[in-house]
Write a new protein. Structure first.
Length: 89
């Protein structure tokens, strides 16, 4: 059995002040979350410490303020990566 964990987040500025947990899983469920993300071209960032903290939250729960900075760094990384890809096309 694998110890792999996965968490998905969604941020809708109009609905919530911060990102919301949309899925949490470990083992086979984590693999399924990652597969769905991959199939839908959703960026995947590996951050074991952050996933450990986020995996303690419930689905549809807004992330706590103490995780804002860490999650913002992930979102900034994704945004910058996507911008680089667009510029190189």
């Amino acid at each position: 059995m694998t110890n792999k964990k996965a968490v998905s987040l969604k941020y809708n500025q109009k609905k919530n002040p911060a990102p919301v947990v949309t899925a949490v899983g470990k083992g086979k469920t984590a693999d399924e979350i990652l597969e769905i993300a991959s199939q839908n071209q959703i960026p995947i960032v590996e951050d074991i410490a952050l996933v450990e903290l986020l995996s303690k939250l419930n689905i549809n729960e807004v992330i706590p303020e103490e995780l804002y900075e860490a999650v913002a760094e992930v979102f900034a990384f994704i945004y910058n990566t996507e911008q680089s890809i667009k510029q190189n096309k």
